[in-house]
Design a protein around this ligand. Structure first.
Ligand SMILES: *Cc1c(COP(=O)(O)O)cnc(C)c1O
Length: 435
């Protein structure tokens, strides 16, 4: 089936070859274009706001490796720092000062974080954070929210968003019932259900984990009431409040979503931007809780490549740049302009949409229903989204390949790039409206 007018034969051939040796041809399902059909682009290189595919086409990149590349691709400061680190050897299996330096940067950036432990992915960060919440409280139960994705942790792979949602596998085969029977799933922004659960069983709950601003069912912001109750209830019942800031950390502000919202969770999880494009995750928070982690305390967690010096150097360079030249106000303004333009262009051709946005994270939902949780997100016309995705792709704009993902603006985008994107969107929406 041809989804597109632009031909990409080299990407097509590369995908066929990859499928022979890698399941589905990809190392993470979100990359496979399952929700929009057709073949994924194979990328030859990336620079600034652009991706270049094997066939020599250039795309304005609104995915940024699914979040990390807030400074744009191949940022000179990150390249310089990683090359310098590499020359000193790529891994020691012993502590080095770069780890302490990045830990100090994180603690300086995020006031609720007093101590931090580095791991190698966001999945590892959330997995370790819920283990710590259970170890610290001596309780079993974890509360999560439908549509929030916390990586492929067994206990959290229930009603997960992102590619789990796109592929219609909310409960993956291979996850034993025993792993999820202590996971309670509530509707996001449903304060009443949250209050009822805590009133009935609050003293059995080890922790509550959430995306403080959701990216993984498409962009969904929290209500003020929901956030207030989360903090009050977890505090009152002695449960650990865990903000999964793997996507929002260092993106919605230098202090993440919690900095933007003025919140103070007990534990936070990071990844993506923290590694500046290298595999880094982290969990951190109140020192009293973090001191339970081995070898300071009894809760086991380890990693051969944790705190890898090259990855630490990339993280240090990225955070240092974000702190010295905060891009947040400009990213916010550019993303706001996208919302105004997309909404107007859709209205002009009679296509109902919702543009949800917080700072540089946004989703254009193809629905007339305001989106505030998973159920309302799923009112979207995903066929129409797929059409939009390919129309934009043919105009050189690379968007997330699923309705249920957040898009990102990055610091390497200029106002001209935003204008070009608005022009492409107006043409794409008109093309959809006319057949
Ligand atoms: C991406 C993501 C994860 C998982 O991180 P990985 O590095 O892919 O394991 C966890 N939580 C959230 C909110 C994410 O966006």
């Amino acid at each position: 089936m041809s989804h597109t007018r632009v031909q990409r034969p080299k990407s097509g051939a590369a995908f066929e070859r990859a499928k022979q040796v890698i399941p589905g041809g990809v190392n993470s399902p979100a990359r496979a274009f399952g929700a929009v059909g057709g073949s994924p682009l194979f990328i030859a290189r990336a620079e600034g706001p652009f991706l270049y595919d094997l066939d020599g086409h250039r795309y304005l990149d609104f995915i940024g490796s699914w979040g990390p590349m807030i400074l744009g691709h191949a940022h000179p400061k990150v390249i310089e720092a990683t090359i310098a680190a590499m020359k000193n050897g790529s891994s020691y299996g012993a502590p080095c000062e770069l780890e302490t330096q990045l830990a100090e940067l994180v603690i300086d950036a995020v006031p609720s974080v007093e101590m931090v432990r580095f791991v190698s992915s966001g999945t590892e960060a959330t997995m370790s954070a819920i283990r710590l919440a259970r170890g610290y409280t001596g309780r079993q139960r974890i509360v999560k929210f439908a549509g929030c994705y916390h990586g492929h942790v067994d206990a959290l792979l229930v009603s997960a968003g992102s590619s789990a949602l796109t592929h219609g596998v909310p409960n993956s085969p291979g996850v034993p019932l025993g792993c999820t029977q202590d996971t309670v799933v509530l509707r996001y922004n449903d304060t009443t259900a949250l209050v009822e659960l805590f009133r009935a069983q609050g003293d059995t709950i080890a922790g509550v984990i959430l995306e403080p601003v959701v990216g993984n069912m498409g962009l969904v912001p929290p209500t003020d009431e929901f956030r207030r109750e989360l903090r009050a209830l977890t505090h009152h019942y002695g449960a650990v409040l865990i903000y999964d800031e793997v996507m929002t950390g260092f993106r919605l502000s230098y202090a993440g979503a919690q900095g933007l919202l003025g919140d103070s969770p007990d534990l936070s999880c990071f990844g993506k931007i923290l590694g500046g494009g290298y595999p880094v995750g982290a969990y951190g928070g109140r020192a009293e809780i973090m001191r339970q982690v081995m070898p300071a305390g009894p809760v086991f967690q380890a990693g051969t490549l944790s705190g890898n010096p090259v990855a630490m150097a990339a993280g240090i360079a990225t955070l240092t740049e974000l702190k010295a030249h905060p891009p947040y106000a400009r990213l916010d303004e550019q993303s706001r302009r996208l919302g105004v333009g997309f909404t107007q262009a859709a209205a002009d051709v009679g296509i109902p949409v919702q543009f949800n946005r917080v700072g540089s994270m946004w989703t254009l939902f193809f629905t007339a229903t305001p989106v505030r949780d998973l159920d309302t997100a799923q009112t979207s016309d995903t066929q129409r989204f797929a059409r939009f995705f390919w129309e934009m792709m043919d105009r050189g704009v690379y968007l997330p390949c699923s309705q249920f993902e957040a898009a990102f603006t990055c610091g390497a985008m200029t106002d001209d790039h935003i204008d070009q994107t608005l022009q492409a969107a107006a043409e794409s929406l008109a093309a959809i409206a006319h057949g």
